[in-house]
Each structure stands twice: as C-alpha cells, then as structure tokens.
Write a protein that binds this ligand. Structure first.
Ligand code: ATP
Ligand code: MG
Length: 406
C-alpha cells in the first residue's frame, strides 16, 4: 500500500509568495490540497530587505493555503535564491579499508564529507547542498550508485552550493517568526528543474532558466547530474522598468502593457497587421516600441545565460538546449527568440507532475513551488514520514507504560 505524507512548500519570490500544501505518496505522486498566493512585500531581487513586511506577506500566504487545505502548516520546504549564492564542483577521495572492500553507506557519508572539507567553507557562508554528481571506484568512472560494489578507493564528484549566512538568516527568521519550522532550504533553480526537466534532457545536457520577477535562476545538467548553478539579478522587473522609463508610463501601467500585449518576436508571430498604437488605463503607446524594448532586454538576459557556459562548445555540452520557466517565460515569443540566438532547441516549461486542486500551479511562475514539493518528496518526504511513524510509535509506547502504572 502506498504511504502518504503531507508536505508544504513556501516559495518566497520577489513578485509573489506561494505556499502549497500537498499529499505526497512514496511513489512521488503529488495531490495538491491547498495553494495560497500573495503579492510579495519586503523583498528585492530574491532577498529579504524588510523582515516585518516579508513576514506578514508570508503569514498571509500560509493562512490562505491552510484555509484551502484545512491543514495546519507546521513545517515547510523553502526556496533560496539571490546574488549571494556560490557554487563549485569539488572532489573527495576515501580508502575502503575493511577486509571485504565493500562500499557501505558509511563510506558514502565519509566521501561526501571529504568533498565538503576540501575547500574550507568560510564562517560567513552556509552550506546549502553537496550533491554527488558521480562516483569513481578504483579508477572506474561513471558509477552512479556505488553501494554494494567492491573497491580500494572511492572518489566522488560533487556540486557544492553555498549561500551568505546573513541572507539565509533573514529568510529563516521570517519563516520561524510565524511559527513554521524549516524542513529544508533548497536552491530555487534546483527545485524548478525537478518540476520542469525530463530525465532525458538532464542526461543529454540542458540549461534551465527560471526568469522570475527579480532574478533569473540557472541550473545546467549534464549526464543526469547537476553541472552548474547560478543566479542573475535581472528578470521581469527590469523588463517592466525599461517600458516604464522608455515609454514614460507609470510602473503598473507598464506591467499591464507588458503582460497584455508584450511580445519579443512580433514580426514572426503576427499573421495580421499589429495595431500601431495600444492602450491601457488611458495611456497609449506604439506597439512596435513596446516590443522592441522587450526584445532588447530579453535578448540581453538570454546572452547573460549563455555567458554562464564555457566560452566555446556549449552546443556539445547542452544539445537539449534551453528550457525557460518562471513568470517571465509567459512572454510571447521568448522561445522563438531563444532559438534564434542559441541555434538549439528552446521550450517553455510548465509544471505538470501533480493533480488535485492544481490548476493555479499550471503556469511557469509556479515551477519553484511545485519543484520544492517534488524535492521534498524525493529526498526527505519519506524520511519525515518514517520519523513521524517513529514519533507516533513512541507516543503509543509512553501511553501504554503510563496505563500500566495507573
Ligand atoms: N504574461 C506575461 N508576460 C510577461 N511577463 C509576465 C507575464 N506573466 C507574468 N510575468 C512576469 O513574471 C514575473 C514574475 O514571475 P515569478 O512569479 O516567477 O517571479 P517570482 O518567483 O516572484 O520572483 P523571483 O523568482 O525572481 O524572486 C513578473 O515580472 C511578471 O511581470
Ligand atoms: Mg521565483
């Protein structure tokens, strides 16, 4: 029989805060029972800049999700982003000294610890993830799961991600401040890729770019493992600001124009002649000007994403191309523009791996929210379920002992 545990994710984005409650089975099926979305406050480019405002916005989002799901949120998987994130690929080596030379769980722990300690993490950085990318046993490369194999020497290739302690502390303070524990802090592009990428794409080599409101979160996969992660401090907010400044419009009108009419490939897309002038809230601007401004900034973002790749030969590193997600991937024509620049496949990724009351979540803007749940289900959901079972059994035992004495 499939076991279920209820998980919660909180995506504290620059534009919106989204709390999602879902029942997750040990097979990874996600049945969404409640979603709470509120506009963000107290955040800038993915970072908390006003703790009280951010805390209240998170509280509101959690309250909405609790009401919808009729579930009291006690802990959650939380996404982390921002310019303060650093990542590097590292290596660790240990000897298997036991007589049978069998690789056990302990050896995996030891070799991962060794990979962390190669470059000492300074006290102002917090270790977020140490992800094994692949193992080598006695020189034999490409081992994905070395448990149960025999060898003298075990090497591991890891991807290590660290964050600024202070930025993480501010986020944690907001969440704990409303009485919610943190199950795990997860780098947002890693979460998004759980919801958006296929195993094939990860195997062949692919770039995922989550273009949100304040940041563009990048994750590159190769041979089924993470290869590179990075956060760029430019996204949808800059697109709106360019329109606002360029066309002399108030920010909210520029935002509406962008969402309602914006396109980055107007020439290719429009089968009918586009209107020369478009209007919103009593303001009229040239359609061509709007699209030209958007196109210039999106082109810049795509080129910045490409700069994260090695100088030459990105075509061989990521033949599966670029997968765009995040709210700004809703912009009409981004995939066509991406294909023009990269000369590789480019698609827009929408989260799909869930059922229940999940309609709101079927939008690129919710890739991180859904991905956080999938990450939780994959790595810790069942661990939490087991510890929950353990706590329940312990409580029952204490109850029986008390009854005995009474
Ligand atoms: N149809 C649309 N066309 C163009 N842009 C859009 C559209 N819908 C949403 N956006 C933009 O998407 C952005 C919000 O995306 P998202 O919800 O992914 O951001 P976020 O998660 O809150 O922020 P971040 O991840 O950067 O901290 C906003 O800038 C918004 O203008
Ligand atoms: Mg986001």
């Amino acid at each position: 029989m499939s076991k279920q545990s209820t998980l919660t994710s909180i995506d504290v984005g620059t534009t919106k805060i989204c709390t999602t409650v879902a029942d997750v089975s040990d097979g990874g099926d996600i049945r969404v029972t409640g979603v709470g979305v509120t506009p963000s406050r107290g955040l800038h480019k993915g970072l908390v800049v006003n703790i009280n405002e951010a805390k209240e916005a998170i509280r509101e989002s959690v309250r909405k999700a609790e009401q919808a799901s009729d579930f009291k949120v006690e802990s959650a998987y939380v996404g982390v982003t921002g310019r303060h994130i650093n990542s590097l690929n590292n290596r660790g080596v240990v000897a298997i000294t036991r007589n049978d030379r069998l690789v056990r769980r302990d050896d995996l722990k030891r070799v991962l610890q060794c990979a962390q300690s190669v470059n000492k993490i300074p006290s102002d950085r917090k270790l977020l993830h140490v992800i094994p990318r692949g193992y080598v046993i006695d020189g034999q490369m490409g081992v994905k799961n070395p448990l149960g194999m025999h060898g003298f020497r075990l090497d591991v290739e890891t991807h290590v991600i660290t964050a600024a302690v202070t930025s993480v502390q501010n986020l944690v303070k907001c969440i704990r401040g409303i009485g919610i524990d943190i199950d795990d802090l997860i780098l947002e592009p890693l979460a998004s890729s759980e919801a958006i990428l296929t195993e094939d794409e990860k195997q062949v080599g692919v770039i995922l770019a989550d273009i949100g409101g304040g940041t563009t979160d990048i994750a590159v996969f190769k041979e089924g493992s993470i290869w590179h992660t990075s956060i760029l401090p430019v996204a949808g907010y800059q697109l709106t600001r360019d329109i606002s400044v360029g066309l002399g419009l108030p920010f909210d009108v520029a935002e509406e124009m962008k969402k309602r009419y914006g396109s980055v490939m107007p020439v290719y897309e429009s089968k009918v002649e586009p209107p020369p002038t478009i209007t919103a809230n009593g303001h009229g601007v040239s359609y061509q000007d709007l699209c030209d401004i958007l196109r210039a900034r999106v082109e810049e973002i795509i080129r910045l994403i490409l700069l994260e790749m090695p100088n030459s030969g990105y075509e061989t590193l990521v033949p599966a191309g670029l997968v765009l997600t995040g709210g700004s991937a809703n912009l009409s024509g981004v995939d066509a523009l991406g294909r023009d620049i990269l000369q590789l496949p480019v698609r827009v990724g929408v989260p799909a791996k869930m059922y229940g009351i999940a309609d709101t979540l079927r939008d690129p803007a919710y890739a991180t929210s859904v991905g956080l749940l999938l990450w939780g289900a994959k790595y810790q959901g069942m661990q939490r379920w087991r510890s929950h079972r353990f706590r329940v059994s312990l409580r029952r035992l204490v109850f029986r002992i008390r009854k005995l004495f009474r």
